[in-house]
Write a protein that binds this ligand. Structure first.
Ligand SMILES: [Zn+2]
Length: 334
């Protein structure tokens, strides 16, 4: 497979963008609105790969019909896998951070604990429970749930991370969620932690979730929140843009409409998530300074933890300040 990473998009497809056109065109494709199917849109914002620093400039548009913000054109599905390499934090396996390893591991463990805390607001898991995590990466959240409740755990991810130690007790399906062979009405709990904003067909994934969720089951979705303070502060360097991996950017309204349109009723909406808002405060500030050169997180780990202490007066109120994340808890609508 030849993957073209480097070239800025040709002008004709980027609507007045002034980026130079280089030899090989990137694999980009026009896409209709994920939520309503309209092809009418207005420009919203341009973004770069601020996290890893790969070259390219990507356009997000706002649907003229339903207001969903989505990347258009987008990198084709067969080419996007290359952007999910080892530098990409969501798929990081355990590694050595030297003296800071315990601190880093505690932060990762805290993420799983906070996910469990959100789930526990609505679901009591037992060894008979069936849990599915969509976009499970190395499966540490599932391993955590299994360890604490005995629940049977299943994960889906398009990257094959089955060899990770945390996957030992996970029934793993490699591939796209809607292609996975999962029985209808099977799961008591389905979680999507930062999955939907990466999805190439979110409505199809939500329909799949409705099909494999049992009638009394619970669906938990966390995504970055576009109508949040950090977006207003960082603009085109907002970490939630995460181009080119993020296909759509949800505000409160478009997220709620997406789940309702897919046959779910909303049980609870939270203006925060398990994922720490501080990560967006730190990386947003860094992206502003670095201007698309990419952030070497292993070199930034000391300032990262120092900043975490300094911003504590702000982040200790993150469940109330609408800083960066949002979570919706749903059941199947009658
Ligand atoms: Zn639309």
């Amino acid at each position: 497979m030849t993957v073209t990473l480097a070239a800025p998009a040709p002008q004709s497809r980027m609507g007045g963008d002034t980026g130079e056109v280089t030899v090989s065109a990137p694999r980009l494709e026009e896409v209709a609105c994920y939520l309503c199917g309209s092809r009418e849109y207005r420009p919203f914002i341009h973004a770069e790969d601020d996290l890893c620093g790969t070259p390219g400039r990507y356009r997000f548009v706002r649907c003229s019909n339903c207001d969903l913000v989505y990347q258009n054109p987008r990198v084709t599905l067969d080419a996007i896998g290359a952007y999910y390499d080892d530098a990409y934090i969501a798929h990081r396996k355990k590694r050595d951070w030297g003296l800071l390893t315990p601190l880093f591991e505690r932060a990762m463990n805290k993420l799983d604990v906070d996910k469990q805390r959100i789930v526990a607001r609505h679901v009591s898991l037992t060894p008979a429970s069936q849990v599915l995590d969509v976009g499970c990466a190395v499966g540490s959240f599932l391993a955590h749930l299994h360890r604490h409740s005995g629940a049977r755990v299943t994960g889906v991810d398009f990257k094959d991370l089955a060899s990770a130690a945390t996957m030992r007790d996970v029934e793993f399906h490699c591939g796209l969620f809607y292609d996975a062979n999962l029985a209808p009405d099977r799961f008591d709990l389905i979680t999507m932690w930062h999955f939907l904003e990466h999805d190439y067909d979110p409505m199809r994934s939500l329909a799949t979730a409705r099909r494999v969720l049992n009638p009394d089951g619970t669906l938990v979705i966390e995504v970055p929140r576009l109508d949040s303070r950090t977006f207003r502060w960082f603009g085109d360097r907002w970490p939630g843009l995460q181009a080119p991996q993020h296909t759509a950017l949800y505000d409160r309204d478009t997220l709620l409409r997406a789940v309702r349109k897919s046959g779910f009723e909303v049980i609870e909406y939270l203006p925060y998530g398990a994922f720490p808002a501080y990560f967006y405060l730190f990386t947003g500030a860094a992206f502003r300074l670095l201007k698309g050169r990419g952030l070497k997180l292993d070199k930034a780990i000391v300032p990262y933890f120092i900043g975490q202490l300094l911003t504590l007066p702000l982040t200790m109120f993150e469940t109330r300040l609408n800083l960066a994340m949002q979570t919706v808890v749903c059941r199947r609508a009658a």
